[in-house]
Design a protein around this ligand. Structure first.
Ligand SMILES: [Mn+2]
Length: 353
């Protein structure tokens, strides 16, 4: 049995990248002939979005040959607790004690609600008493795995409250074969909690915040096999890092432009510019450099984080020239020379010269 597992689409509207991502996921599920699609929470960004998009979703979800199973997440739990109809092949798990029986697999779910970790732990133990070990067992979960170093921004939220916290330890003696999780947006992440159990976060299938950088993925796997990453063609942010070298004789604009020209796509590049350059050599002030980039690449750029500096006044200083002459004589790697130069410049920036 082939399963596609995703989460955290955070739908708000029909006219955006998130909606496009959903239609792409349904198409992939169809092409890959999955029997089951799992959405582990936060399909909708809010209760309001659920109201607005529900009938459209019903229409979209009714055209498929496979079953769709969902659990409510922290953003959309209020949409689901009213028993809304989302289509004939769509099942929302609303009680952790009642699994969905589907051929050789039982699908359990923890619908999101505010809980302390002790209570989540108690529910896991409770399920062990009623679970059928003759079948494979999948748990859908929307919340935080405390074993990780993820911070709240990795979940697309800016609060310090812990959502449905669990530890891998809680599952060590459990009979689940897969925990198909949601809530963690940043990237595909898979762990094992015992010799037959996988805990998987697929990451958001479309960038919802600027923390979600790089190609987005879903988990597309066959029951009995390990979880597997499947690449999507959905909207996502790309981070481009450029570090300007004060000793380079290439125009800093060309260095940046070369990097940006390599990337296809629209308004998805987050550009970070670091390092130093000498404005006099290129007749280009900081202001002119930034404006030129913004004008030429307005279609590609989402935002620019600029940490670079024009250090003309330092590079022309006698002390710096002496430092460079001495540095040249040293038998050290070019990388280390670059690091020493950066530290020297940074130090000179802090004194009056
Ligand atoms: Mn969430």
């Amino acid at each position: 049995m082939k399963i596609l597992h995703t989460s955290d689409l955070h739908l708000t509207d029909k006219k955006n990248y998130r909606w496009e991502a959903l239609t792409q996921l349904l198409k992939i599920a169809d092409e890959q002939q999955v029997e089951l699609m799992v959405i582990s929470g936060d399909l909708f960004d809010s209760k309001k979005a659920g109201e607005h998009l529900r009938t459209e979703i019903r229409h979209l979800f009714s055209q498929n040959s496979y079953t769709i199973v969902l659990i409510p997440g922290n953003h959309d739990s209020e949409v689901f607790n009213r028993g809304f109809y989302l289509g004939d092949n769509v099942i929302t798990i609303s009680d952790y004690r009642k699994p969905l029986h589907l051929k050789q697999v039982d699908i359990w779910g923890f619908p999101y609600r505010k809980m302390e970790k002790q209570e989540v732990q108690r529910q896991i133990i409770e399920i062990e008493d009623i679970i059928n070990r003759q079948k494979r067992n999948i748990l859908l979960f929307h919340g935080e795995l405390l074993d990780t170093m993820f911070c709240s921004e990795d979940y697309g939220d800016e609060v310090s409250y812990r959502y449905m916290p669990v530890k891998l330890d809680y599952f060590q003696k459990s009979s689940f074969n897969y925990i198909l999780a949601g809530h963690y947006h940043t990237k595909f992440d898979v762990r094992t909690f015992n010799e037959n159990g996988y805990f998987v976060y697929p990451g958001s299938p479309v960038s919802v915040t600027r923390k979600e950088i790089g190609r987005r993925k879903v988990n597309l796997f066959s029951l009995g096999n390990p979880p597997e990453e499947f690449d999507l063609q959905t909207f996502h942010y790309i981070q481009v890092e450029v570090s300007l070298n004060p000793l380079s004789d290439i125009n800093p604009y060309s260095i940046i432009a070369d990097q940006l020209n390599k990337i296809q796509g629209e308004q998805n590049i987050i550009l970070n510019i670091k390092g130093y350059y000498r404005s006099s050599e290129f007749k280009l002030t900081e202001q002119q450099l930034i404006e030129k980039i913004k004008t030429e690449f307005s279609k590609k750029l989402d935002s620019i984080n600029s940490y670079f500096k024009d250090v003309k006044f330092i590079l022309d200083d006698d002390l710096y020239i002496k430092f460079q002459t001495e540095l040249e004589k040293q038998d050290i790697s070019p990388e280390n020379k670059q690091k020493l130069t950066d530290i020297f410049i940074e130090t000179m920036c802090r004194v009056d010269i």
